[in-house]
Design a protein around this ligand. Structure first.
Ligand SMILES: *[C@@H]1O[C@H](CO)[C@@H](O)[C@H](O)[C@H]1NC(C)=O
Ligand SMILES: *[C@@H]1O[C@H](CO)[C@@H](O)[C@H](O)[C@H]1NC(C)=O
Ligand SMILES: *[C@@H]1O[C@H](CO)[C@@H](O)[C@H](O)[C@H]1NC(C)=O
Ligand SMILES: *[C@@H]1O[C@H](CO)[C@@H](O)[C@H](O)[C@H]1NC(C)=O
Ligand SMILES: *[C@@H]1O[C@H](CO)[C@@H](O)[C@H](O)[C@H]1NC(C)=O
Ligand SMILES: *[C@@H]1O[C@H](CO)[C@@H](O)[C@H](O)[C@H]1NC(C)=O
Length: 434
């Protein structure tokens, strides 16, 4: 839920040239089997916050990061998720500030300009080079916990043909990581919650006999649990069922439905509780800064008219300053997380025998990728046969019309189910950093 709508209004990030030095020494995070572990052997459960104060890169303003890291530590967070960064920026100060607070980074490698476009699907050298630069810039930091190859690339139920391109991108960035001798920072994907593609998408990205061609972790952006729900009424039972036996870490890369106000974050007690904590690796709450979409946990002061031109104000929202908790949401999340500290399992006691899931078969009008298809190589664009199931070859376009998704909707049915173009038009009006 991070949209292009504000793409023209971004702040200018300071472009400091930097040879990123290693941040504070903290234990690194690694993926083993279906779980994350600190390098000291303790299991790591993500308590994360989506953090994108400015479009280009929120990790270049050290003072701001220090203020936010301090507040996040009080909140009980141990991770941030950042959607876009500028690899040319100096991230040393921000990464140190977060490391000092015990906060790890999950960062997307793409930007709006380099993301895989399901309407015109490519995986090309320009994209690869851009993703590799972000990896170069962030692998040095001990508190970099994971890289996303994309966020909601597949945003509609008819866009599954883009999946081999996502998988090809993961393959190539993993190979790049290993060829450079970088730490084995997990490379994964953050998926929109599309009911018709469950569990095929998560299974496809992890499937196959060659782990070098599969993702290392899977994030689901799910807004199914709103207000006073439970495992059954929220739909989490279904998510749990699909995630059981999954061979790589799976977690909520966005959550925090806000259709019932105030947000009580009751779903956290499920995610970190006995029904889910043996299967899931935690959750990232959408989002830190309060914007017009009302998902914020803090603000930097009252909003102003969207037309106001002022320093560090974009779209009527102040984007720097001392974080002021949104009441009572911030406190609600803080008290949820304070009681939720699963121990998990020690890495020394964990010896999983998990196999990758089977590659799903295609069905007309459903999941469109047939089995373990040969992945595209760099430079290939999408081509389909008459059945719509073959995915390598010559340039064509898939013709699907929208990449937008939603967080709105009625209680208990937050999946995206192929929304109409009309609705997309309405939504773009209020989506900023979604
Ligand atoms: C490992 O490091 C984490 C994060 O610093 C800490 O919470 C945990 O207690 C440590 N575990 C051990 C066994 O030292
Ligand atoms: C590579 O992909 C990007 C993102 O889809 C696109 O903007 C760009 O035009 C492509 N480059 C080439 C050379 O096709
Ligand atoms: C698809 O990408 C190509 C190459 O970047 C571009 O020329 C073409 O206009 C794009 N088509 C659509 C529908 O965006
Ligand atoms: C596994 O995939 C990688 C990346 O595509 C490839 O280089 C390697 O040869 C494959 N290994 C096997 C055994 O097919
Ligand atoms: C959400 O849905 C469940 C099941 O239908 C219902 O019991 C609950 O009251 C609903 N909550 C709200 C806030 O509408
Ligand atoms: C995909 O679904 C969207 C929304 O229902 C629709 O507008 C679009 O035409 C569909 N594209 C294809 C290729 O079927």
């Amino acid at each position: 839920m991070f949209s292009k709508a504000l793409a023209t209004a971004g702040l200018l990030a300071g472009l400091a040239i930097n040879a990123a030095a290693a941040a504070n020494a903290v234990p690194t995070i690694e993926a083993v089997g279906a779980k994350f572990f600190y390098s000291n052997g303790t299991q790591y459960f993500i308590k994360g916050i989506a953090y994108q104060l400015t479009e280009a890169d929120p990790l270049v303003n050290t003072k701001q990061c220090q203020l936010d890291a301090a507040s996040m530590q009080i909140l009980g967070a141990n991770a941030i998720r950042v959607y876009h960064v500028d690899p040319a920026g100096d991230h040393t100060g921000c990464m140190s500030a977060f490391a000092a607070a015990g906060i790890y980074l999950f960062v997307d490698l793409e930007t709006f300009n380099t993301a895989i476009d399901p309407r015109n699907t490519s995986w090309n050298q320009t994209q690869f080079d851009a993703y590799a630069k972000v990896m170069d810039a962030f692998h040095t930091f001990d508190n970099t916990a994971g890289f996303f190859i994309g966020n909601e690339v597949i945003a509609l139920n008819n866009q599954s043909l883009a999946a081999p391109y996502v998988k090809a991108a993961a393959r190539d960035l993993k190979a790049y990581r290993d060829s450079k001798g970088y730490r084995k920072i997990p490379v994964g994907y953050s998926a929109a919650d599309i009911a018709e593609l469950r569990p095929m998408l998560q299974n496809y990205l992890a499937c196959g006999s060659n782990a070098s061609e599969a993702i290392d972790m899977f994030g689901l952006n799910a807004y199914e649990w709103c207000g006073n729900n439970n495992m059954l009424t929220s739909g989490y039972n279904t998510l749990n069922q699909f995630a059981t036996g999954y061979n790589i870490p799976i977690f909520f890369s966005e959550t925090g439905c806000n259709t019932v106000q105030p947000r009580t974050f009751d779903d956290q007690s499920a995610i970190f509780g006995p029904e889910m904590n043996g299967i899931w690796s935690g959750a990232i709450i959408y989002e830190w800064i309060e914007e017009t979409n009302n998902y914020g946990l803090i603000s930097y002061g009252p909003s102003v008219a969207a037309t106001v031109v002022a320093t560090n104000v974009v779209a009527g929202i102040s984007r720097t300053g001392t974080p002021i908790p949104v009441t009572p949401d911030y406190a609600n999340l803080q008290s949820q997380w304070a009681t939720l500290t699963p121990t998990g399992i020690a890495s020394s006691a964990y010896s999983p025998s998990l196999s990758p899931p089977a590659c799903p078969t295609s069905t007309a009008g459903g999941w469109l990728v047939q089995g373990d298809v040969k992945l595209p190589s760099i430079g290939q664009t999408l081509s389909t046969d008459a059945s719509g199931a073959v995915v390598t070859g010559t340039p064509t376009s898939t013709g699907a019309q929208s990449t937008s998704t939603k967080k709105s909707g009625s209680n208990g049915s937050k999946e995206i189910t192929g929304m109409s173009v009309g609705l997309v038009g309405v939504m773009l009006g209020f989506m900023y950093w979604l």
